[in-house]
Design a protein around this ligand. Sequence first.
Ligand SMILES: [Zn+2]
Length: 147
Amino acid sequence: MVDVNSPCLGCAIAQGTVRPVGGVLVRASGLVLHGVASPSPLPGWLVLTSEEHVRGLWDLPAAAARELGPLASRAARALREALRAEHVYAFVLGDVLHHFHLHLVPRFADTPAHLRGRGAFDARPADALAPEVLEAAAAALARGLGS
Ligand SMILES: [Zn+2]
């Protein structure tokens, strides 16, 4: 398994040396909104990553902490409006990647039962969507976000 902490994948995405599928959609107040950096079973699976290398919610810089709620809410609205998500889950796990990130995971009317809720994290390789599907969803979200 790839070690995502050395070098740190969160830092690489924040610094632009790694481009997750969908790319960076918004950069604001020490946060980066981007597509999930692993094979995704859901179009529009977003991640909000801190630009600074911090471990968890408790040590987010003040500006990033202030921006977290508004930006997460704005991204969730874009998932509903641009992609017609029925619901948007939010998860801060951090068990694998030790750089603060918040997952915003959409649920659609046709999302299979095993991919709902935290089931999305247990997706099988066969569930992964084609990169072009994920890129198209990210482009629609970028338009919805005005970025
Ligand atoms: Zn990092």
